[in-house]
Design a binder for this molecule. Structure first.
Ligand SMILES: Nc1ncnc2c1ncn2[C@@H]1O[C@H](COP(=O)(O)OP(=O)(O)OP(=O)(O)O)[C@@H](O)[C@H]1O
Length: 593
């Protein structure tokens, strides 16, 4: 329950909706209760007048009496109708305030969670699956919305109605009120017991649903692998297992739910029997009129729905509390990639790795060890190495997706940790190893959020990445839509589009992480030559496992197991007869083959 405190800030923000909603709830309930009294007046009037009416049997006065009597009944009827209409209007206003408030809160909370997700480090996204992230921002926020919307509305309604109905009941007859309310403690206990069971089962269902979404998301992201390995049946049977588990858990919840309503109806029925029995005795004793009994029955039935909703409301509140707790868990996660000084500096582009060591926090794998490297402003450095030697890790550290666990990185002799993260990243062009394109047009994928980027710049970037001729051949040109992960493009085209995106923003430091692996050596040459031209006076770090990518670099650094084993120019390294030469000759032979 404590977790729900987090929502108070939103309730405070939209307090007027809540205050007005409460006022409308009180008014609508008043218009709901008054008809019960009108029914009592009308019924008592009928019973009392009927005797007098019969007394004047046959006389002219009787028909006159009938007219007055009929008119009075009609008036009561019209009044009851008017009250129902007014109650309806105010109920509409209750929904227009409290439910509208809940939608505003849902919107704010979703935005806050999304905004917070974006501040979290990459390690966070590695240690939590996408299904879980999605579940917390969608289902959990929806559960919380139900608490600040319908649950709060029914809760306020129940309190107001209870207060009004019970005070009216007490004013009519204390003894009858006592008997009518006798089953209430029993009701509360059963509501509590059943709700605890509902709660436990709902949590299990929620967990299962998160697992199910992760499974489906992963299966369809990897659908090509599933199909090519003919694993559809296997994948389906795994899905069925998960879905079956979900179904069984849901059925368990339905079973508990089905107990809930009959219990409440039984207890309400018990109250009705008590009214008739005790009320009947009170009529005999002359303390009550038949109108009072009808009024009481109406009151008790008026309480039926809110009392039933009480169970639903408490279970929703508990469900919202567990959802909010899950949301808070993520909201309490703080990024470690903070900067005390927030230096904003126009980069020149010199990079220094000083005794850098790095262990991945989630796996503990040491990817870099005592790594020292100086890259001058304007230099093009190629990083070569076997797989798993730590090349991509260097790119991650340069983009400050992680901080080194030892040593430090200096950019223009200022520690990278001191830079304002966003201002720094804006001056970096990073092409990741696993290309990611958005389901949007080619133009928007290159522009990528830079609304003011001139089209000529996009066009030039596309030309420099040697993608221009391909785009020209597409019927829709730059407007060609790319499916999820850009499946309409070939691997090499995707890589080139990703390069265009990085160079279009005119970076001061360009980091290419093995992003020429899917293009042929000829295209690779064209791109590298263009990059040499556009990155003149700017720094480029070209990571690759192919020596061909290194040929235009000013310097080549060879990595092995997180350490530099060789560095120098191509002729220098060839003369060394070491790892580079071995790699070069191996790749040359395989290319010739
Ligand atoms: N996010 C991660 N979490 C945990 N360990 C990681 C992560 N990324 C990489 N590693 C590990 O760190 C080591 C270096 O990986 P890195 O990706 O830097 O190698 P690489 O040289 O770029 O390899 P490749 O050429 O195959 O991409 C590897 O042992 C790898 O398993």
């Amino acid at each position: 329950m404590k977790a729900l405190k987090y929502l108070n800030q939103y309730l405070w923000k939209y307090k007027w909706y809540l205050i007005l909603g409460t006022i409308f709830t009180i008014v609508s309930n008043l218009f709901g209760i008054l008809p019960a009294q009108l029914v009592r007046y009308a019924l008592d009037l009928v019973i009392e007048t009927l005797d007098i009416y019969n007394l004047f049997g046959g006389s002219a006065l009787q028909s006159k009496m009938y007219d007055i009597f009929a008119f009075s009944i009609l008036l009561y009827g019209l009044l009851i109708l008017a009250m129902a209409l007014l109650k309806g209007i105010f109920l509409f206003l209750v929904r227009q305030t409290i439910i509208v408030m809940s939608r505003h809160i849902e919107f704010d909370l979703k935005n806050d969670v999304y905004k917070h997700y974006q501040t979290l480090p990459t390690s966070f996204f590695r240690s939590h699956n996408t299904g879980d992230l999605m579940a917390r921002i969608s289902e959990d926020v929806s559960n919380v919305r139900i608490y600040v919307g319908p649950a709060l509305m029914y809760g306020i309604n129940l309190i107001v109605l209870f207060f009004l109905v019970i005070s009216y009941m007490l004013s009519v007859n204390m003894k009858l009120t006592f008997y009518v309310l006798l089953p209430l403690p029993l009701l509360s206990i059963s509501v509590y017991v059943v709700n605890s069971m509902i709660m436990k089962r709902s949590q299990e269902i929620q967990k299962q649903l998160s697992g199910l979404s992760t499974f489906v998301q992963e299966a369809f992201s990897g659908i090509r692998v599933i199909k090519s390995f003919v694993q559809e049946d296997h994948s389906f049977s795994n899905f069925q297992k998960e879905a079956e588990d979900f179904k069984n858990k849901s059925l368990g919840l339905t079973k508990v739910d089905s107990f809930f309503y009959p219990i409440i109806l039984l207890l309400i029925g018990l109250s009705n029997i008590l009214i008739i029995y005790v009320g009947g005795k009170e009529i005999i004793n002359g303390n009550l009129t038949p109108g009072n009994i009808t009024e009481f029955i109406l009151y008790v039935n008026m309480l039926t729905w809110p009392v039933m909703a009480l169970g639903w409301t408490t279970s929703q509140i508990q469900r919202a509390a567990s959802s909010q707790q899950r949301i808070n868990e993520f909201l309490n996660e703080k990024t470690t990639l903070i900067s005390d000084k927030n230096v904003i500096h126009a980069l020149e582009g010199s990079i220094t790795f000083r005794n850098v060591g790095f262990n991945y926090p989630d796996s503990g794998i040491q990817a870099l060890e005592s790594f020292d490297l100086n890259i001058k402003q304007g230099e093009t450095v190629a990083i070569l190495g076997t797989t798993g030697s730590g090349k991509s890790t260097l790119a991650h550290l340069l983009c400050r997706l992680y901080d080194p666990t030892e040593g430090e990185i200096l950019i223009d002799n200022i520690p990278l940790k001191d830079y304002d993260v966003h201002a720094y990243r804006r001056q970096i062009g990073y092409v990741p190893q696993d290309v990611f394109l958005f389901s949007d047009s080619i133009e928007n994928n290159v522009r990528f959020g830079s609304e003011n980027m001139q089209f000529s710049r996009i066009e030039q970037a596309v030309k420099d990445a040697d993608l221009y001729n391909n785009i020209k051949d597409f019927p829709l040109g730059y407007e060609t839509m790319l499916g999820e992960r850009g499946i309409t493009l070939s691997g090499g085209q995707k890589q080139r589009l990703s390069i265009s995106r990085a160079i279009a923003r005119d970076p001061k430091i360009l980091i290419l992480d093995d992003c020429l692996s899917a293009v042929d050596t000829n295209t690779e040459n064209i791109i590298l030559n263009n990059l040499k031209r556009i990155m003149d006076q700017r720094t480029s770090v070209i990571i690759s496992h192919r020596v061909s990518s290194a040929k235009l670099a000013d310097r080549i650094v060879v990595l092995d197991d997180g350490k530099i084993v060789e560095q120098g120019t191509h002729p220098e390294l060839m003369a060394k007869n070491g790892a580079y030469k071995e790699l070069y000759e191996k790749q040359l032979v395989s290319e010739e083959v």
